[in-house]
Design a protein around this ligand. Sequence first.
Ligand code: SF4
Length: 270
Amino acid sequence: MSRSQRREIDRQRAKGHAAVLRYGLAVDDASTALYSLTHLLNSILAKRAVRNRASKAAEALHGVFEASFSRQPDLDAIDCKKGCDYCCHLFVSALAPEIFLISRKIRALPPPERDALIERIGETNSVTKGMTMRQRSAARLPCALLVDSACSLYTARPLPCRGMTSTSAAACKTSFENSGFEDDVPVLPAPLIYRTGATIAMLAALDNNDLDDNSYELIEALNAVLGTEAAEEKWLRGEDVFGSVAVSIPRPTELNERIAEAKYHALAYR
Ligand code: SF4
């Protein structure tokens, strides 16, 4: 490839990064934006001099999800509101960069708030550790980050929480009271599509940088990371900071195929 071809590719990629940060992903024909996001995340994770590049990548990921979400035409159909917390009693998983982002935000809280939250995470973990997804939901225990029925780290919440948009709070209530399962709750499809697209992009970028791409149970993972000095830097060096933390269910084949596709199209020329 000539230098001018290389420059042209770089120019197109910079345009793609700017576009996906501004407009987010699309519900239909998501490929272009998805590949731009994959390349953007890959570029952030590849900056070896940046010690918190994993949590920086999570911030970019969340920003793109929110840009996608804000352009959703049927936002009025969403019945979620502050103070409604049924879905904050379910099993939540998150990718390692998202866990490092939440942990960074926790450490930056004023000491009394920070210490109370770290203690609550430890207490919750001592009860929920080892529970299956089904057991965790059926137990109907609140997430440790929930304070006065609202997420205390709302701006850093992971993708599974962002993608959960119910169109019936009554159905959430019934589901919660019956079994704690979300399966019978009507949700908007688009946020789930954005969530999947964003996850694919992050997984492809992690894989491309030889970084751990597991999805971990949120509270157990936070407990592990908060108890480890410089956990993000250690993880970026390939150290196992999550130990025996529960990982989410294996990925379906179709998702693995889409991750491979994203890697191929977005990262062919680095
Ligand atoms: S992280 Fe926040 S939004 Fe997600 S379950 Fe916990 S309290 Fe709810």
